[in-house]
Design a protein around this ligand. Structure first.
Ligand SMILES: Nc1nc2c(ncn2[C@@H]2O[C@H](COP(=O)(O)OP(=O)(O)OP(=O)(O)O)[C@@H](O)[C@H]2O)c(=O)[nH]1
Length: 723
């Protein structure tokens, strides 16, 4: 079955927790079937070059498992005829094939919210007409009770048990803060059963996995009581194994999983050192420096190529007075000369010559504007599938997202169907932790501001987004036209729209987003998005402060390289700041280390409480559509924040029940699409990761193969790698 279960899985997974020749055509700049770009091609796995040693070396406990495999058919993706009731339908072979094909198409859109047999009835009643059947199926799905609600009522929360092992004081002293309130301190816990997701009470027959919320630590010999042995080990790398990051060969010295825990005391003591600045001081500082101002929000704008994202945002900036008349006049003249007048507003954000001449966004465009209560940093992501890695970089910095869809007949459908970026972008931002979404039904001018079209689109998207893990209350639909500026900054007065729409305009939707909690009292972590030469001494790195705070003069550990550096200065939008807090996207001037030793994807962290470094970790994956089932040795491109690293799935720990999280099969031979599983991954080079339960922002990974996202995962165990 195609994506069918994918959406449902997402729902479950997140419950708790172009080119020339188109100048005159509005809404088109790209041929959708454009082949893979060189950048994506670089990510495509080449088996001949893969680091198979990760699981061939024989020093890991990766013995083949026969258990439960009868004839190998478990890996064959085949729809069970019984669920379709084919025996009773008397279909010819051709009709049966048509039925299956229609089913796949429809599943691509609605997921598995409607049963196979009912879908088959609908398709046959509509004489294999996919569009009609889809509408009928969507009505059916919409009228049925949303799975989230069903689960909410039926599924008790995971049972927390008393701590079986001591947990790091690091967890005990963490807390998060919103602009207005301080959240309660998290209690250290060890839980039985898969941790962060909706966990139903496990049936008597089901096995459970014990997952410890806390860091797993390698065996390590402590030099002295203060844990200097470990610190020395972490801080003085390069002696044994090169580090993840560009230009360094791979190295392996990962000890066996079984050795975890021996050095726990050392690591705990080490990680749990009291912060230099107390929690109270941090909170007071935050209140003092940020208390008065507007809340700051980072908003990424996503959607299928040519949905009108840059035009919409360019127009918004213009209407808000962020672009001078002189600049706009210049853009009008220049775009006209190039025959690209329809892209004039997009030029406000698409600043490079190549983006403007091709009429597509390639890198994330950035700008700022204010609403009544918020200061918004706008991140305009590229829509073309070739630039998904850039889109991911933009999305990792975002608190909320605007999903833009093209209402033009046929265009919405192209973006929404399998292979379109509407779906992939929505799934990606959700798996990166974005939970609030504004959906802009754009270009409604092309369909005469049709209410019917608006409702058709919102109904299809609502079902999809709900199943993708967005709560209905966190999604707002707004009809707009970026080109005409209708219903953007002020409520529309156009009769065609006001006759049926009384909701908020786009600016009100943005103003209504809630500012997420800022984990400012957790240990400092900042992921590096860019490195560049600054004005004075040293060099600059830019990125988002994920947790904690940092100030000029602070020493930071550059991980996984392991060198310490000094923060000389901090800026936000070229303006110097005294302190950077979690949630800020900053540039930091750094001295005390060689620029060559830092790469995009590295993490700057608190040297007293460093981020775990590892090559091997365990993750709980939601697996999307797959062409080839995952087996041991399956090679993937892993995205973690801005890091892109080759990795191998080296152990299939268990296949989990999609809803309950209970183990349905331990050590499966393979994993098919649309499933949930616990796996171990081995990165080619050491990387920095956090457990999802400790620091969500750094505990998520995304796996891609051949330019397609195949899975999203939460880190459940990390093996510290020592150097
Ligand atoms: N009729 C109409 N055309 C629009 C509207 N918004 C954008 N367009 C046209 O759609 C085309 C693509 O617009 P862009 O803003 O470049 O689209 P995009 O989503 O930013 O494209 P990428 O970033 O490359 O994915 C341009 O020709 C715009 O003029 C609209 O509201 N109505």
């Amino acid at each position: 079955i195609s994506d069918c279960c994918t959406l449902y899985l997402f729902h479950v997974f997140f419950c708790i927790t172009e080119y020339e020749g188109y100048d005159d055509v509005y809404g088109h700049s790209v041929e959708d079937d454009y082949s893979i770009s060189p950048s994506d091609a670089a990510y495509v796995f080449d088996r001949s070059k893969a680091q198979m040693s990760a699981y061939m070396a024989g020093d890991e406990d990766i013995a083949e498992e026969d258990e439960g495999v009868e004839d190998g058919t478990e890996c064959t993706k085949r729809r069970d005829s019984d669920t379709l009731g084919l025996q009773n339908r008397n279909l010819s072979e051709i009709d049966e094939a048509r039925l299956r094909s229609c089913l796949d198409e429809i599943r691509n859109v609605i997921g598995d919210s409607v049963s196979e047999a009912l879908l088959a009835d609908i398709i046959l009643a509509n004489d294999f007409d996919v569009a009609k059947s889809l509408d009928a199926a969507l009505s059916n799905a919409a009228s049925s009770k949303p799975p989230s609600k069903i689960r909410k009522e039926e599924v008790p929360l995971p049972q927390r048990e008393p701590t079986a092992r001591p947990i790091t004081a690091f967890r005990a002293d963490e807390s998060t803060i919103s602009a207005t309130s301080v959240l309660p301190v998290l209690e250290p816990v060890t839980i039985s059963g898969p941790p962060p997701l909706p966990i139903k009470v496990v049936p008597a027959v089901a096995k459970t996995v014990n997952v410890t919320k806390g860091f797993e630590v390698l065996s390590v010999k402590q030099d002295n009581e203060s844990g200097e042995g470990l610190r020395a080990a972490v801080l003085t790398p390069r002696t044994q194994s090169p580090i993840s990051g560009r230009g360094t060969p791979s190295g392996r010295d990962t000890p066996n999983m079984g050795e975890c825990g021996e050095g726990d005391g050392v690591a705990r003591e080490f990680r749990s050192r009291p912060p230099r600045v107390s929690k109270e001081e941090i909170l007071a500082k935050y209140k003092n420096e940020r208390g008065e101002g507007k809340e700051h929000l980072h908003m990424v704008v996503i959607g299928h190529v040519d949905a009108g994202k840059s035009t919409l945002m360019g127009r918004l900036l213009l209407e808000l007075g962020q672009v001078s008349k002189k600049t706009m006049h210049k853009y009008e003249q220049e775009s006209k000369k190039l025959g690209k007048q329809s892209f004039v507003y997009a030029w406000i954000l698409d600043e490079t010559g190549e983006e403007r001449s091709r009429g597509i966004t390639m890198d994330v465009g950035q700008s700022k504007f204010e609403t009544k209560s918020k200061l918004v940093t706008l991140l305009d992501a590229p829509g073309h599938k070739d630039f998904i890695p850039n889109m991911i970089t933009g999305a990792t910095q975002a608190d909320v997202a605007l999903l833009v869809v093209d209402a033009t007949r046929g265009e919405f459908e192209t973006g929404f169907e399998s292979g379109g970026q509407t779906r992939e972008h929505a799934l990606l931002v959700r798996s990166l932790g974005v939970s609030q979404l504004g959906v802009v039904v754009n270009k409604l001018d092309t369909v005469g501001w049709s209410q019917e079209r608006f409702e058709e689109i919102t109904s299809k998207l609502s079902s999809f987004l709900r199943l993708a893990g967005f709560k209905e209350s966190d999604v707002t639909f707004v009809p707009c036209s970026g080109l005409t500026g209708e219903n953007m900054v002020v409520k529309s007065t156009a009769g065609d729209l006001t006759s049926w729409y009384t909701g908020p305009c786009l600016l009100e939707v943005i103003d209504g987003f809630k500012t997420p909690d800022r984990p400012i009292t957790k240990p400092f972590r900042m992921s590096v998005n860019d490195i560049f030469k600054g004005m004075g001494a040293g060099f600059c790195v830019s990125g988002r402060v994920e947790t904690g705070m940092v100030q000029p003069g602070d020493k930071v550990l550059v991980s996984p390289f392991g060198e310490t550096a000094i923060i000389k200065g901090l800026t936000v939008d070229d303006m110097p700041i005294l302190t950077a807090f979690a949630g800020d996207c900053i540039s930091a001037t750094i001295s005390g280390m060689d620029q060559q030793n830092i790469s995009v994807g590295y993490i700057l962290c608190d040297p007293q409480r460093p981020i775990p470094i590892t090559t091997r970790f365990q993750a709980r994956l939601v697996i999307f559509q797959l062409k080839v089932p995952i087996t041991k040795g399956y090679s993937v491109v892993m995205h973690h924040q801005s890091l892109v690293e080759q990795a191998v799935i080296c152990k299939l720990v268990a296949q989990l029940h999609k809803s309950t999280g209970a183990v349905v099969k331990a050590k499966p031979r393979c994993l098919t699409g649309n499933s949930v599983a616990l796996v171990e991954l081995e990165a080619t080079r050491p990387i920095c990761l956090e457990l999802y339960c400790d620091i969500k922002e750094l505990g998520r990974v995304m796996l891609r193969v051949g330019g397609v996202t195949i899975a999203a995962g939460l880190v459940t165990k990390v093996r510290w790698k020592l150097f």
